[in-house]
Design a protein around this ligand. Structure first.
Ligand code: ATP
Ligand code: MG
Length: 399
């Protein structure tokens, strides 16, 4: 059914019309075999990217040369992106950069991929090309390297993190012994990776259904010693996962915060992992030493904190709160995701109009009024706020 989506057919037909061999690859093949919803569709082709560009353009599809030098273009069909990559084979490798060439050999391309279940192709009629028994491994929940694990990690040490990422998502069997041993042996080499690649794998790993056991196994063999030495156990992670489950959102960054010990410095971690400003801010709020939210104080207390932190940051904080009283917790969550904080109905301009000269007193009066308004659960309207303001000015407050 996902294969016969008309948007997908348009892309496949455009390529096939020009004699280009095309197959599905990667995540979509995996998810389809597991009966999961397919979201991202990646395609592999046996012609150079320029040939695919021509074929797609002739069929009036939008094409973006996303990484054309490396053989990747993106077609857009009905608003949906399709990443299309030309088959590659290894020519040689110097340990960090593989030198590759385009090929029309499906097996050679599969052999370059990391895990057996990531090396399967499937064509438009549903036929599966499974060169390394990936389907069996997938069904058994076994993450197995294509070829010798140690060699494959030597070629690209990111594959250690990917081993655990895919284990967290699909693993149901114990770790593959060869793969695990090779990851352990490579732990000291992770420092040579780029922060971007590490961050991407780490956040994806953490977004798995229940990543705690995998995280513990990684910590035990020193996989965090360079990139996240602040790692402080998984107790909080387990609580955050349970709370997220109650409301069905998995958030990698929030979970990252949960595995950082109490001494973790958000700014430093943000720099090391090249987090965005927004992500660093979230991390700071989530790691701050202030007590986590106590959901036991009713709706007005929740609204006060949502107003002060903003809805998203409040939810981040809430996720760390104890799940001792689930009903109260759920109520706080619902409030925080449905309530929009109102704006203070008066401003500095109103204070000036009331006759207070420009200066520090203006800000002081607005701040005091805001506190008063929050204490009344945001109920006073503009008229009531103006009356209170006049009362305070007459009483000489802030003068
Ligand atoms: P998802 O997109 O759902 O996270 P995916 O399998 O599509 O999963 P990607 O990281 O998008 O994962 O990579 C796409 C495919 O490219 C993989 O399935 C794998 O075949 C190959 N691949 C990606 N990174 C590597 C790597 N470091 N070494 C070898 N093969 C890789
Ligand atoms: Mg993908």
């Amino acid at each position: 059914p996902w294969m016969s989506d008309p948007r997908t057919r348009r892309v496949l037909d455009a390529l096939a019309r020009d004699g280009i061999g095309v197959r599905f690859v990667g995540g979509c093949v995996r998810d389809a075999l597991l009966g999961k919803d397919v979201v991202d569709i990646d395609l592999a082709i046996d012609h150079p990217p320029e040939a695919a560009m021509r074929a797609l353009t002739a069929a009036h599809l939008k094409v973006i040369p996303t990484g054309i030098k490396h053989g990747t273009i993106t077609a857009v069909s009905g608003g949906r992106p399709y990443e299309i990559t030309t088959l590659r084979r290894d020519v040689e490798t110097d340990g960090r950069h593989a030198i590759v060439a385009f090929t029309d050999d499906w097996r050679a391309d599969a052999a370059r991929r990391d895990f057996t279940f990531n090396a399967m192709f499937c064509d438009a009629s549903g036929d599966l090309w499974d060169f390394f028994s990936g389907r069996d491994d997938l069904v058994a929940g076994r993450v197995r390297f294509v070829g010798d694990a140690a060699t494959r990690i030597d070629e690209d040490v990111l594959r250690t993190l990917r081993f655990f990422r895919f284990h967290a998502w699909y693993g149901r069997a114990p770790f593959d012994a060869d793969g695990f041993a090779a990851c352990r042996a490579a732990a000291g080499k992770l420092r040579s990776l780029s922060a971007e690649r590490v961050r991407k794998e780490l956040l994806k790993l953490l977004a798995a259904d229940d990543p705690a056991a995998t995280i513990e196994a990684m910590a035990a063999i020193g996989l965090f010693s360079h990139w996240l030495p602040e790692h402080g156990g998984t107790d909080l992670l387990r609580r955050v996962v349970a709370n997220e489950r109650a409301v069905s959102v998995a958030d990698g960054l929030r979970r990252l915060a949960a595995i950082i010990g109490p001494a973790g410095d958000a700014t430093m971690i943000g720099k090391r992992l090249r987090l965005s400003t927004q992500e660093s801010l979230r991390l700071t709020v989530m790691l701050s030493a202030e007590p986590v939210i106590d959901v036991g104080h009713g709706a007005a207390a929740v609204r006060r904190q949502v107003y002060q932190l903003g809805n998203a940051l409040y939810v981040d904080r809430l996720m760390r709160a104890s799940d001792a009283g689930l009903p109260a917790w759920m109520q706080a969550y619902r409030l925080a995701t449905t309530w929009t904080a109102p704006e203070l109905p008066v401003s500095g301009g109103d204070v000036l109009k009331a006759g207070v000269p420009a200066g520090r007193r203006v800000g002081a009066l607005v701040a005091a009024l805001e506190g008063w308004w929050i204490d009344r659960d945001f109920a006073p309207d503009r008229a009531a706020c103006l009356a209170e303001l006049r009362r305070r000015i007459e009483a000489g407050e802030g003068a």
